[in-house]
Design a protein around this ligand. Structure first.
Ligand code: DX5
Ligand code: ZN
Length: 226
């Protein structure tokens, strides 16, 4: 599968209308990937949907799926999301016994393997294993809900991964998720992010296509390689 070049804008369907999902998937067809937040009311204090819904989104979406698993026991449940055909599956390091083994399993099945860290989780232990992952997701809010404020204090963490990726000549995708909008995406792009999740900023816009284009242009204008 070939993927769109950076900067990538991935709208989060957490902010879509759950009973009009097919319509809302069409509305974001100009985006790069569709970000699908799976929450189990255990790893995070909110509940969305599971494999049955993600399979229908996979069958319905005009653009590839970027699944973000906010679930416990992800070593057991994560591979199923790759098996149903999601292009990218990102799990939380905090929820896995062995992130490297899980990433290898996801790649074996044919998905891009992503690892995510909550704001309080340091990135350093993962850096030596960077080549095992296709994406690193730096959360810029506490996971669980859309519409929260962007944590600018995460930019140091993002710069740390970005510098290490550059040192290794890696083309790992650096993703940010939480509070991304015009006014915050610039900082994330400048700190090295190349893949941007936006929920409320996209679905809350009057002109959804226009907002996706605006975010992409702002990211492009502020991105730089360290
Ligand atoms: C939050 C989710 C995000 C959420 C972002 O835990 O992982 O993907 O949809 O929403 P906004 O862009 O509104 O902060
Ligand atoms: Zn997410």
């Amino acid at each position: 599968m070939t993927f769109p070049p950076a900067p990538r804008i991935n709208p989060s369907i957490l902010s879509a209308d759950f009973v009009n999902m097919e319509r809302d998937l069409q509305r974001i067809s100009g985006a790069d990937l569709v970000h699908v937040d799976v929450m189990d009311n255990h790893f995070v204090p909110n509940l969305t949907f599971g494999m049955q819904m993600v399979e229908r989104v996979q069958q319905t979406s005009p653009i590839p799926l970027d699944v973000h698993l906010m679930i416990s026991d992800v070593d057991r449940w994560g591979p199923g999301y790759a098996e149903l055909g999601a292009a990218s599956v990102t799990f939380h390091a905090e929820a896995s016994q062995n992130p490297v083994l899980l990433a290898r399993r996801l790649r074996e099945i044919g998905a891009r393997a992503g690892v995510a860290v909550k704001p309080g989780t340091p990135i350093e232990p993962l850096l030596e294993h960077l080549d095992e992952f296709d994406q690193v997701l730096i959360m810029t809010v506490e996971p669980g809900f859309g519409g929260q404020g962007f944590m600018a204090s995460m930019m140091n963490k993002l710069r740390t991964v970005s510098e290490e990726a550059h040192r290794r000549g890696s083309n790992v995708w650096l993703q940010v998720d939480g509070g991304i909008a015009p006014g915050t995406i610039e900082q994330a792009a400048a700190a090295g992010a190349n893949t941007f999740v936006a929920g409320s900023a996209v679905f809350g816009a009057d002109d959804i296509d226009g907002r996706i284009g605006e975010l992409r242009e702002l990211a492009r204008a502020h991105s730089h390689t360290p």
